[in-house]
Ligand binder design. Structure first.
Ligand SMILES: [Ca+2]
Length: 428
């Protein structure tokens, strides 16, 4: 057994399996090691990963205010949400520009703490029906929730705004909204929902995070709805007494990276842990991802109090990768592009926090079976990564901000970046 810097006990076998770059280990643990039974997933310290040399970042657009999510239109233009409540339009082309006027008709959001206007996605048949989907928080500090709406994009105006889904129950305080979208091939939509927040935030006489294991609650879940908001009959808990029929998977803390690999069909999600224990998971219908019964994270604070004695347990799905210290994962893409040599099928995980306000973009190298072979760090400078997507042109695009505080209004330091391969790969 080896005890790493973050205080976790990790088996030597797990460390050997962990990475082509083994995370740097400190000799002395911080405080007494917690009595935690280790799980099978290798723990990666992202700062110890090798830095990629095959790409550079190019700024396409600046002056965004706390950008959160993006969606590419069929013509290559981009819709970007800003957390405080605006939907912006970026014109692509030989030069890219952020239109000064935001899109009109966006519903009012409550932009407190981590909440606000979050993800945006286009209907798979957008070219025909002009439908877009938005996720955002509504309510007030005492009772708020994530809502999903569908609207028609008519030029630069939203019309026919219709609420398709709202989280039940409402929660107090402004933490953990989840809110990422991804589409499945049957035109059903996955939406991630946060667990409601950290202790002491409580609901029904216990910490609200326990809602993640409560099937009568949407909190701490990934839900699946049809494109009109109705419930697919083949959802895993349809017909289960007391369970919410929108639930697709559960036991999540706060999933803010969610993507389906169009080639393998695998669904990947990243979720924030509590003081470390950030996870990459392979999402399957009806499965329990363990929070807060198992986790590689610990309670916030210097004492590093265990949340649970276990990092793994029978019947609960172990993560593919774990990051401690936290990268605060947000945004996730699968590379299905010939622009980047050797990256095809790999996962790119964004993160808000690598160290001291600087975010992370990590490439996770996966084999054909989805097993993690290794990781590298793509350094973008002193920015936080909020979202990452592959564009229709095959390039990887990243939304960043220098914002250190969610309430830091008026900081127009958000950018849309493109990853530029250093080497030009001949295209056939
Ligand atoms: Ca988990």
């Amino acid at each position: 057994m080896v005890v790493c810097k973050s205080g976790f006990a990790v088996s030597a076998a797990a460390l050997l399996l962990s990475n082509f770059a083994t995370p740097a280990l400190a000799q002395t643990p911080v405080g007494p090691p917690p009595a935690i039974v280790p799980g099978p997933t290798p723990v990666t310290q992202a700062l110890g990963l090798p830095a990629a040399t095959s790409v550079t970042a190019q700024t396409m657009v600046a002056d965004l205010e706390a950008p959160w999510g993006m969606a590419f239109l069929p013509n290559g233009d981009v819709l970007v949400t800003e957390l405080l409540g605006k939907l912006r339009y970026i014109k692509a082309g030989t030069s890219w520009s952020l239109e000064a006027e935001e899109i009109k008709g966006v519903p009012a959001v409550i932009a407190g703490g981590q909440g606000g206007l979050m993800d945006v996605t286009l209907h798979p048949n957008f070219s025909r029906n002009k439908f877009i989907y938005l996720s955002f928080s509504v309510g007030d500090e005492a009772a708020n929730r994530t809502r999903v709406v569908r609207a028609k994009l008519d030029g630069r105006t939203l019309t026919d705004v219709q609420t398709l889904f709202e989280v039940t129950p409402a929660k107090p305080r402004f933490q953990h909204y989840g809110s990422r979208f991804t589409w499945l091939p049957d035109q059903t939509l996955l939406v991630s929902i946060g667990d409601g927040g950290n202790p002491p935030n409580s609901l029904d006489g216990s910490f609200i995070r326990n809602q993640a294991q409560n099937l009568s609650s949407h909190l701490g879940k990934i839900v699946r709805i049809k494109d009109d908001g109705s419930i697919p009959k083949d959802n895993p808990f349809v017909g289960t007494s007391g369970a919410r029929s929108e639930i697709y998977s559960y036991g999540h803390r706060n999933v803010q990276g969610l993507v389906r690999d169009p080639v393998s069909g695998r669904i990947y999600a990243t979720e924030h842990g509590s003081q470390g224990g950030d996870e990459l998971n392979l999402i399957q219908s009806g499965q329990n991802y363990g929070w807060p019964k198992v986790t590689y994270g610990v309670e916030y604070g210097a004492a590093r109090t265990p949340i649970t004695p276990n990092q793994s347990a029978p019947g609960l799905i172990d993560p593919l990768a774990v990051w401690s210290p936290a990268i605060a994962p947000s945004g996730l893409a699968v590379v299905r592009s010939k622009k980047y040599r050797g990256w095809d099928g790999d996962v790119l995980a964004g993160g808000l926090r690598l160290d001291q306000g600087r975010g992370a973009l990590l490439r996770v190298d996966l084999d054909a079976a989805g097993k993690v072979l290794g990781q590298e760090r793509i350094d973008l400078g002193d920015v936080r990564v909020r979202d990452v997507r592959q564009g229709p042109d095959g390039y990887i695009y990243i939304l960043t901000t220098a914002m250190r505080n969610f309430r830091d209004k008026g900081q127009r330091n958000g950018q849309l970046l493109r990853l530029q391969p250093v080497e030009t790969i001949p295209q056939r």
